[in-house]
Structure formats: C-alpha cells, structure tokens
Design a protein around this ligand. Structure first.
Ligand code: PAF
Length: 281
C-alpha cells in the first residue's frame, strides 16, 4: 500500500491509474477509522481495481465551537487498518496543501444543506462539499463510497455530483452497528458509561418506528412522536431534531412511505450522535 502526502503526487498517481484503465474506488475519511469505514473500503474494493482512501480532518466543516481540536488522529493505526482492508493508496495531505494561501472557493448545495444537521451546523455541508469536490478533482475516482450513517451528507453529495455533472458514481454503504444497535462513530468514545448505556435507544426507537410503519401507521407526526417519547425517557438524552424526509431529495414527508428516511440528532451529555433508518429497505 502506498502512502501519498501531497496533492501534486496524488494527482500524478491518479492520472497514471486512469491511463492504464483501472477502475478507481475512493473512500474519503477523516481518519480515526473504525469498522464502519473499513466496511466502505471493502465495498469499494469489490467494485473497483484500486481503492484510494483519503485521511484528512477537514477544518472547514467544523464550526467554531465544535470538536476540531479534540478530533483524534492516529495515522499509523489507520494505515495498518487500511492495509488489512485492501486499500491500494492512502492519501493524507496537509491542510496547507488542500487550502493554500488565497484559497477562496466554496461549493454550496442549496436547501438540502440548510436543514436537519445543516440548520444546527451552519456552513458544515459547505465545508464537506467543497473538500469532497476538491478531493474528487485530485483523485479522479470512478466511484466513491459514503456511509448511510451520514444519510444527509450522502444525499447532498449525490445532488452536487448530479448538478455539476461530476463523472463519479456515489454509492452508499450500510451503517455498521454495535451488537446493541448503536451506530459506530468515533464520537461514541466520548460517551460516559451511563450515556453509552442509554445511547442504543436511538436505533431501538427507529426500529420501533419501522414496526409501527410495518403495521400500517403512515402518519409521520405520530410515528416521530413515538420516537421522541422513547428517546426522552432516557435521562441523559436531549433531542436536537427528529424528522421524516425523502432519502434522496431530503424533502419533508408527512405520510410515511418506502424511501422515507427517519433521521435524528441527539445529545448525550456533550456528545452529539446522529442516526437514521430508511423505510422499505
Ligand atoms: O464523512 C466524513 O468523514 C467527512 O465529512 C468527509 C466526507 C470525509 C469530508 O471531510
């Protein structure tokens, strides 16, 4: 496995890969890898000849009061995990190489980036879209795999790629969960023992919503109310939002149907967790 540290070198390597006809799969990450990321790398590996994984903690997607400074870094550990997962190239640039002096461009996806998480994290999705658009230019992948865990992010990036005619296929990989249902996230490490014991309520409440839908309930307000009641029964949980939206357009949904994404963000203490479930598959 190669480790590439500069944009120039990555661009040259990407040109070489494309010229020999290889199908290039790409998994952008911010490091601190867990089984959720590794499952995306393996999925990319099944669909391509060479997998490039970027590790870059993107400063522009963190707000002033967010956890950029305490975001964990361990390149050596991440590299070892990626080697096992079958990545061909790790691209780990410096921030000054991605955002050189004078950098001024922002990619903004209207509406989709301003709701749900975007309403509480202004500018977050501009940071995500801008860095992903730039990484696509550098790596020139045929396909890129993103986790369904960040369902809003995936929908926004699909919109960006379609709107800008970017020549890359976006694929969503399923959420990987702990045995008790908690979605894997590097932020789970910040939970206290008590918060960790309560956090599986997120997926349990989404599963409850699914069972209400499966038994014929389609009133989104009623189902979201049941999800909220379950979560709020936990003393450390503080709901930021719970919504029902179409999984691709992110339009609000009042009548549940196949393709509706139930999506939520909840604080346990200072730690903000997100999760979602798409009805009908
Ligand atoms: O999902 C993430 O880890 C980040 O938002 C991404 C896509 C790597 C962009 O920095």
């Amino acid at each position: 496995m190669e480790i590439i540290r500069t944009v120039e070198e990555m661009k040259a390597r990407a040109r070489a890969l494309r010229s020999d006809g290889s199908v290039v799969g790409f998994v952008p990450t911010m490091g601190s890898l867990h089984e959720g990321h590794l499952s995306l790398v393996r999925m990319a590996g099944e669909l391509s000849d060479s997998v490039v994984v970027s590790i870059f903690v993107n400063p522009t997607q963190f707000g002033p009061n967010e956890d950029l400074d305490r975001y964990p870094h361990d390149l050596e550990r991440d590299v070892a995990l990626l080697e096992d997962a079958g990545a061909a190239i790790v691209f780990a640039p410096e921030a000054s190489d991605i955002y050189p002096r004078g950098y001024a461009t922002v990619v903004h996806v209207q509406r989709l980036g301003e709701k749900l998480c975007g309403a509480f994290r202004p500018g977050h999705f501009d940071g995500v879209c801008s860095v992903v658009a730039k990484l696509f230019e550098i790596v020139r992948p045929n396909l890129a795999v993103f986790g369904q865990k960040d369902g809003q992010q995936a929908a926004i990036l699909e919109r960006m790629v379609a709107d800008l005619e970017m020549d890359v296929r976006i694929i969503r990989g399923p959420t990987v969960r702990e045995p008790d249902g908690l979605a894997l996230s590097s932020r789970n490490n910040y939970l206290s023992d008590e918060e960790r014991a309560e956090a599986p309520v997120l997926y349990a409440s989404l599963e409850h919503a699914r069972s209400l839908y499966d038994s014929g309930e389609t009133d989104a307000a009623k189902v979201l109310g049941a999800v909220r009641a379950m979560i709020e029964s936990k003393p450390h949980a503080r709901v930021q939002y719970i919504s029902a939206v179409d999984w691709k357009s992110l339009d609000d949904v009042t009548e549940l149907r196949a393709g509706t994404m139930l999506v939520l963000a909840v604080f346990f203490g200072k730690t903000r967790l997100i999760d979602n479930l798409v009805l009908g598959g």
